[in-house]
Write a protein that binds this ligand. Structure first.
Ligand code: HEM
Ligand SMILES: [Ca+2]
Ligand SMILES: [Ca+2]
Length: 300
């Protein structure tokens, strides 16, 4: 079972080392912290917080990172920096799954979000769940009903789901994922002034997938996890269809309004929601393994 300070005897400095590395990486590349938040979502919602997301394609393994749902994900190479520091202190002791969880927690703090405790003791899975990625991770234009049911299936209630989407208070969206709302005609649900701005960011309906054309999720505080996301979506300035729907669906809009009005309430719910997400179906005890290199299952 997961517990607070799982490594207190086996590697007492583990959490501190991870936090230090997250801070150092943030100071070099601020967007690493943004990536740690998205990584937690993409790992934990797919079957388990088992670091399946981190596996790279090799031999029979096809990486979850190759899924279309993982589009735009970045900074995987810096997980290595964190893992190396932890391995140096305590070889083969701290799981990559706990690194995913703790780096997200510490990344959230660096981005001005809430600070909270997180249980540890997750073990690493031995397989990529690439064939399940599209089943578990909603698409940007899926309905809010589908989004709610996906989260409900892993024990995340409606209020917590609304809070988790607050992750879209930081980071970016590539044009590829929103041009359908701009061309051939602007989605009437999108604020027209904002749409005009987004068209400047994304000038063509068929963006070259290799071109790095994107807009920031939250123009006002793009690198701060705060309730500005909810203010934006209430003004119909959400980039994705799911963002827009979150603001208008009767099941979610009361929470959206409350979070827009009260950053303290948002922080409270965001902490609770991240903890819930991070505890989805972990491998514990003698299940799985402690990976030596987060990119590959151990050779045996
Ligand atoms: C429910 C449905 C969700 C959908 C459909 C969705 C979809 C997306 C899409 C399409 C992008 C843009 C990727 C790109 O073009 O680069 C994105 C970015 C992002 N998402 Fe989500 N997301 C969802 C939930 C979440 C949750 C729960 C979190 C975390 C708590 C999260 C965190 C992020 C972050 C931090 C980014 C910015 C990444 C970056 O700038 O590198 N998302 N999401
Ligand atoms: Ca996983
Ligand atoms: Ca923000």
């Amino acid at each position: 079972q997961l517990q607070l300070n799982y490594y207190s005897k086996s590697c007492p400095k583990a959490e501190e080392i991870i936090k230090q590395k997250v801070i150092e990486l943030y100071n070099e590349h601020g967007n690493t912290a943004v990536s740690w938040v998205r990584n937690l979502f993409h790992d934990c919602i797919v079957e388990s917080c088992d670091a399946s997301l981190l596996l790279e394609s090799v031999g029979d393994v096809v990486s979850e990172q190759t899924s279309e749902r993982s589009s735009g994900m970045r900074n995987f190479k810096y997980v290595k920096t964190i893992k190396a520091a932890v391995e140096k202190e305590c070889p083969l002791t701290v799981s990559c799954a706990d690194i995913v969880a703790l780096s997200a927690r510490d990344g959230i703090a660096m981005l001005g979000g809430p600070k909270f405790e997180m249980k540890t003791g997750r073990r690493d899975g031995k397989e990529s769940h690439v064939t399940m990625v599209e089943e578990f991770i909603p698409n940007h234009n899926d309905s809010i009903s589908l989004v709610l049911s996906r989260f409900q299936a892993i024990g995340v209630d409606v209020e917590a789901t609304v809070a988790l989407l607050g992750g879209h208070s930081v980071g970016r969206v590539h044009c590829m994922n929103m041009v359908h709302r701009l061309y051939p005609t602007v989605d009437p649900k999108l604020d027209p002034t904002y749409a005009a701005y987004l068209k400047l960011r994304c000038p063509t309906p068929n963006p070259d997938p290799n071109a790095v054309l994107y807009a920031r999720n939250d123009r006002k505080t793009p690198m701060i996890i705060d309730n500005n996301y909810y203010k934006n979506i209430l003004q119909h300035k959400g980039l994705l269809t799911v963002d827009e729907e979150l603001a208008t669906d009767p099941r979610t809009s009361p929470y959206v309004k409350k979070m827009a009005a009260d950053n303290g309430y948002f922080n409270e719910q965001f902490s609770r929601a991240v903890q819930l997400l991070s505890e989805n179906n972990p491998l514990t005890g003698d299940q799985g393994e402690i990976r030596k290199d987060c990119r590959y299952v151990n050779a045996n």
